[in-house]
Ligand binder design. Structure first.
Ligand SMILES: [Zn+2]
Length: 65
């Protein structure tokens, strides 16, 4: 499974950024970095991160073992 996140879909319509990650943990790390660089959010809190993760689209399937 992978996560696809779009700032526009999460409400930041002026940001065309799209992010993909293979795990929720990776997505949170990438989002925190993006927020700091593009949205001037130095330390996103848990509420914000949880909201953003929830707005991400889960795609694909588990890799074959
Ligand atoms: Zn953005």
């Amino acid at each position: 499974m992978s996560y696809q996140f779009s700032c526009a879909a999460a409400g930041a319509v002026t940001c065309g950024c799209k992010v993909t990650a293979s795990t929720e943990e990776e997505l949170r790390t990438v989002l925190a970095d993006h927020l700091a660089k593009k949205h001037k959010v130095k330390a996103p809190n848990e509420t914000l991160l949880a909201h953003l993760v929830a707005s991400a689209t889960r795609t694909g399937s588990e890799p074959a073992a």
